[in-house]
Design a protein. Structure first.
Length: 168
């Protein structure tokens, strides 16, 4: 077996493997590397098989890639793995956060975690993601909601920190 034929097979198999691996390792880099390997296989195909063989090789790669894509789109979502990687329903009803955060405006609560500047606070027994409007706030300190922008809840400490007098 000639070196160019071996390189052709390695690039072809490696490219297909990398394109397939893109499904499990998303990000685009591996898929692009796989596509580049397939393009290199096309180029090496012309060297290994001559002009006619290279054209047939290119045609075969394009047709097989198309068939693989059609089979993948049609059957993969129905497999166990496909079901675990796809949504069961469309995302039109998904909510990114509680819709009633505007009702918290002006309410007093307690910082559950250290707010540097974001963290968790509790208002009327309900845990809410908040952002400190100003300096960091230690956990357990009393806070008040000063603003709500979309789903962002801005808070300030209501009682000055014990060492605040020393900083003035």
């Amino acid at each position: 077996m000639s070196a160019s034929l071996q390189l052709y097979i390695i690039l072809l198999v490696g490219g297909l493997f990398l394109v397939g691996a893109e499904i499990f390792l998303p990000g685009g880099v591996i898929g692009v590397m796989g596509a580049l390997a397939l393009l290199a296989a096309v180029g090496v195909g012309f060297v290994a098989f001559g002009t006619q063989g290279g054209l047939l090789s290119t045609l075969a790669i394009v047709v097989l890639a198309g068939i693989c894509i059609v089979i993948w789109v049609k059957y993969f979502p129905k497999t166990h793995m496909g079901k675990s990687l796809t949504l069961e329903q469309d995302g039109s009803t998904f909510k990114s956060g509680p819709a009633d955060v505007k009702s918290l405006l002006g309410k007093d609560g307690v910082a559950v975690s250290i707010l540097r500047p974001s963290g968790i606070a509790k208002f009327d027994g309900r845990r809410v993601d908040v952002i400190a409007d100003g300096s960091w706030i230690e956990s357990g300190r009393p806070i008040r909601v000063t603003g709500v922008e979309g789903f962002r809840v801005m808070v300030r400490e209501t009682a000055p920190a014990p060492d605040a007098k020393d900083n003035k």
